[in-house]
Design a protein around this ligand. Structure first.
Ligand code: FE
Length: 193
């Protein structure tokens, strides 16, 4: 994890508060870890997954989502801060998109929840820009040279989310089943479905 994010006042206060609650026996570290994990892996990304599944089945929504992500996700009641723009970038067979914040850890919270630890790491932030194919390979994604890789650098005003390619053999699935296939990492763009 990057120093920038660990050593902020807010992080230190949070750690102190957690230590106090644990010491007083009010809450266990395991319970806190479980809640954080839920927000990182389930609650947050499930919102993005719903958005992706709708975009796969509803072409009008897909068009709106790619033209103005912020306003399209507001149809679900999900909102980034009003002064933040959400841009949804579309993967295809020819183009693969991956998202980073090289400066810190800007992330589309409204649709993906909390960023994973590796997203905030200096190694990811620095390397995915310099050697995206190599980093993606470490995530298990090996892309042919014919696929163009685009790296999107987020900032506090502008966040990105990837719209993954709908997997083959899913024609029979309804929107809810499709949503269950969509992973957090595929919406950051470090994996494909
Ligand atoms: Fe950032």
């Amino acid at each position: 994890m990057s120093e920038i994010h660990v050593n902020t006042d807010a992080a230190l206060r949070t750690k102190a508060l957690e230590a106090l609650l644990v010491e007083k026996g009010l809450v266990s570290s395991e319970a806190i870890d479980r809640v954080v994990k839920e927000f990182e892996e389930d609650i947050g990304p499930m919102r993005g997954a719903q958005v992706v599944a709708k975009a796969w089945v509803d072409l009008d929504f897909r068009k709106r989502l790619l033209e103005d992500g912020q306003s399209a996700i507001s149809e679900f009641g999900f909102m980034e801060r009003p002064d933040t723009e959400l841009v949804v970038v579309e993967n295809t067979d020819e183009v693969h998109n991956v998202v980073v914040c090289t400066l810190c850890s800007c992330y589309p919270w409204a649709v993906l929840g909390l960023p994973p630890t590796w997203y905030k790491s200096y190694a990811y932030r620095a390397r995915v820009v310099r050697e995206p194919r190599k980093v993606l390979k470490e995530f298990g994604l090996e892309l042919p040279e014919s696929v163009e890789v685009r790296v999107w650098d987020s900032n506090s005003d502008l966040r990105y989310m990837v719209l993954p390619v709908r997997p083959d053999g899913t024609d029979h699935l309804d929107e809810a089943s499709l949503a269950s296939l969509v992973t957090r990492d595929s919406m950051i763009g470090v994996t494909r479905l």
